[in-house]
Every structure is written in structure tokens, then in C-alpha cells.
Design a binder for this molecule. Structure first.
Ligand SMILES: CC(C)(COP(=O)(O)OP(=O)(O)OC[C@H]1O[C@@H](n2cnc3c(N)ncnc32)[C@H](O)[C@@H]1O)[C@@H](O)C(=O)NCCC(=O)NCCS
Ligand SMILES: Nc1ncnc2c1ncn2[C@@H]1O[C@H](COP(=O)(O)OP(=O)(O)OP(=O)(O)O)[C@@H](O)[C@H]1O
Length: 192
């Protein structure tokens, strides 16, 4: 079974694209979503409390905004959080993968090239969109300010640094064109 990495910067539309693949019956693993579920595990809660402070949890529920404002303002803290979360996400992926039986699966994550993880995948897909479109999408979706989006973007590589590393690029502006491109890539991947 082939493992295809699907990535893109904040607001590029990678989750939207991941859903288009799942509509084509491709199993999709969304790393962001799995990362979120880890914050319910006792061991992770304790590690986050020890590393970033007890105040981040109210009745064992994570204040995501508070954690975001710590880690996206401080690269060392972001690295600490990544070190807690990423190996556990990977472990969940390995368990999930064993249950799949399709010709290929999609692993969707914001950070693949930044952490030099491309060799883990048989193929990679990069979703791109112009910077201002990405900013506007995230501001509209999450009700955050432009500077909050820019801060998160600064922790990710710009598209031009990632594009030459990807096997496929999806320029996600017009949704109809994105749908056609997903169908085209799916056909290629199924024939590999
Ligand atoms: C800090 C947290 C709690 C903030 O939660 P919030 O709901 O605001 O954001 P969410 O998880 O939905 O992420 C939204 C986007 O932020 C960006 N982002 C998230 N984590 C990271 C990271 N570690 N590095 C760079 N960008 C990131 C991505 O573009 C992502 O798609 C959360 O982002 C988190 O747990 N991050 C660490 C885990 C992680 O790396 N997840 C991403 C893939 S495993
Ligand atoms: N082609 C498109 N046309 C219009 N809106 C779009 C398009 N693609 C995505 N969007 C919208 O833009 C927002 C961001 O898309 P999505 O959540 O898929 O991006 P993402 O790359 O997964 O973002 P994040 O890194 O923040 O998780 C969503 O509200 C989505 O509905």
C-alpha cells in the first residue's frame, strides 16, 4: 500500500482537498485532528501541564488558544510541543494504517517538508494558494486577526521552498479546478 503525504500551509485548503480524496473512497488520516484528540489522554495532559503550565487546562480541557499563543510566539516551545505530539500522532497513524486495504492512503499534515519527513512517503502532494487568499480564508474561518495568521505562517515554509520537493502540486483557488486536479492525481496514484 502506498502512503501519500498531503501538505500545505495554513489556509491553503489541504483539509478541503483531503475530503475530496475521501469522496473518491481513499482512506484519509488527518494529523491535525488526531493531534487534537491526544489532548484527552492523561499522559499527554500531564506532559503539557509540566511543560507549559497547569493553567492551560480547565477541568482537563485544553485552552487551545492559550497554548497556541505560547508556542507560535516561541520556536523553542513549539519544538517542545512538537516533540510531545508528533511521535504520538505517528504511532496512531501506524495503528490506523494496519486497518486499511486500499491501493493508497493519504496522510494530511501541515508540516512534512519542514521536518524533512518526505522520505517517509511514496509520493507527496502540496496544496498551494496565494498568500493573501490563505490569510483571508483563515481569518474568515477562525475569526482571528491577520497578525495571528502571519505568526503561524512564519513557523511554516513558504510555498516556493516546498514546491520543488513535492511530486504533485494542487493550486487551490477555483474549487472546480481543484476537484478535477484531485481526480487526475487519484487516477495516477491508483495506477502506480
Ligand atoms: C497549538 C494548537 C493546540 C492550536 O490549536 P488550533 O485549534 O488553534 O489549531 P489547529 O490544530 O487547528 O491547527 C491549525 C493550523 O495551524 C498550523 N499548525 C498547527 N500546529 C503547527 C505546528 N506544530 N507547526 C506549524 N504550524 C502548525 C497548521 O497550519 C494547522 O493546520 C495546535 O495547533 C497543536 O496542537 N499543534 C501541535 C500539533 C501539530 O503539530 N499539529 C499539526 C500536525 S500533527
Ligand atoms: N478553493 C476554495 N475556494 C473557497 N474556499 C476555500 C477553498 N479551499 C478551501 N476553502 C476554505 O478555506 C478555509 C481553509 O481551508 P482548509 O481548512 O481546507 O485549509 P487548511 O490548509 O486545512 O488550513 P489549516 O492549516 O488552517 O488547517 C476553509 O474555510 C475552506 O472551506
Amino acid at each position: 500500500m502506498k502512503i501519500v503525504g498531503l501538505t500545505g500551509g495554513i489556509g491553503s485548503g489541504k483539509t478541503t482537498v483531503a475530503h475530496l480524496f475521501s469522496e473518491l473512497e481513499v482512506p484519509v488520516f488527518i494529523a491535525d485532528k488526531v493531534a487534537k484528540s491526544l489532548y484527552n489522554q492523561k499522559e499527554v495532559i500531564n506532559l503539557i501541564k509540566q511543560t507549559f503550565g497547569e493553567h492551560l487546562f480547565k477541568e482537563n480541557k485544553l485552552d487551545r488558544q492559550a497554548l497556541a499563543s505560547i508556542v507560535f510566539n516561541d520556536s523553542v516551545k513549539l519544538k517542545q510541543l512538537n516533540e510531545i505530539i508528533h511521535p504520538r500522532v505517528h504511532h496512531e497513524f501506524e495503528s490506523w494504517l494496519k486497518l486499511q486495504s486500499s491501493s493508497y492512503v493519504i496522510y494530511e499534515a501541515a508540516i512534512i517538508f519542514e521536518h524533512n519527513r518526505q522520505d517517509f512517503f511514496d509520493k507527496t502532494i502540496l496544496v498551494t494558494a496565494p498568500k493573501q487568499i490563505k490569510i483571508n480564508r483563515v481569518m474568515a474561518r477562525d475569526g482571528v486577526t491577520e497578525s495571528q495568521v502571519l505568526q503561524r505562517m512564519s513557523k511554516q515554509w513558504p510555498d516556493d521552498k516546498k514546491s520543488h520537493l513535492a511530486d504533485f502540486i494542487i493550486t487551490n483557488i477555483d474549487l472546480e479546478k481543484t476537484i478535477s486536479r484531485v481526480q487526475e492525481i487519484d487516477k495516477i496514484l491508483k495506477d502506480l
